[in-house]
Design a protein around this ligand. Sequence first.
Ligand code: 9MR
Length: 371
Amino acid sequence: MSKQKIVTVASLAILWIGAAPCAGGQDVPALKDVFQDHFLIGGAPNRTVVTGRDPNAAAIVEKHFNTITAENDLKWQLIHPRPDRYNWEPADSFVAFGEKNRMSVIGHCLVWHAQTPRWVFQDDSGGEITRDALLARMKDHIMAVVGRYKGRIKGWDVVNEALDEDGTLRNSPWRRIIGEGSEDQKYDFIECAFRWAHEADPDAELYYNDYNLETSKAKCDGAIAIVKHFKSKGLRIDGVGIQLHGGLTHPSVEGLEYAITSLAAAGVKVMVTELDIRTQARGYRGADISRVSRANTDDPAAAAAETQKKLADKYAEIFSVLLAHKKDITRVTFWGVYDKTSWIGGSPLLFDRNGQPKEAFFAVVKAARQQ
Ligand code: 9MR
């Protein structure tokens, strides 16, 4: 190529880059300003965002959000992969990113049945660990992780997804090995986790977090039973996270209102912790990753105008409910940042695969302005 041609190509590239729309939308209002009188608004960046490898996503987070939750890097498997090894670096980057941007930083999550290495539940010979040894392991983990970020992480999802759809405790290794005991000890492993989280950072808020609380009244009642049990024993629990992995036809207004009002009436803060709306009409609807396959994350119709309209309408409906109950809601966090990196595929968030605000973004802003 001649020197002149190289110069021309380079100038065109510079012009193109200059003209490329900035991720997050240059001229649109920042969500954190739109919702500043209502609740915190956030997203769940992953490692590529907080380490600067995904500048598109970072631009969205910095412009629009005042709270962040780590999508994966604080989970047991990632932060504590082997008994004697903690992997602090990614979590440190996440917390530092939040602090640099003056955001409320949320820790997700301490005790969960998924993304927990097998060794946690095994003794040295590979058999099932005893109750006491598992409790000791849980305590060490919580003291180390919560202790490291004491005063820097505002609140923790202490226990995640401990309930089945009917509101009873899920038969996870935590429950099976630690046991339930008498009525007073009914939530033994949950209680222990909250006690140690409180001991490690007395100022941190402590949350129970689960999915389908807005679609299953029985499951929501199960979460309320945990809150009431804690309150009756004088144990600290600050909030319940309604994950809200929704779809184009769920949750219903009634289901979401039931969850918000009944949890608030039990005396805890309510937060929406993992908001997205799957655009795929078929396949499994819940938030259990083990049941989500490529076949149901692909969505050829995701970008279609009709899909985007339905998505915008559903977001508008959900936000009109959240805004109507804003006195009980402290935070709304989207699960991810933009469609390109969403765990569920399709087009579930407010920003498209290029980081541009979608019709759903404007629908949410309009819902706030109509309040
Ligand atoms: O979005 C997360 C995905 O990247 C992980 O592979 C998955 C592993 O379990 O977890 C996803 O996040 C889940 C969250 O931690 C808890 N609620 C359900 C979320 C979606 O599965």
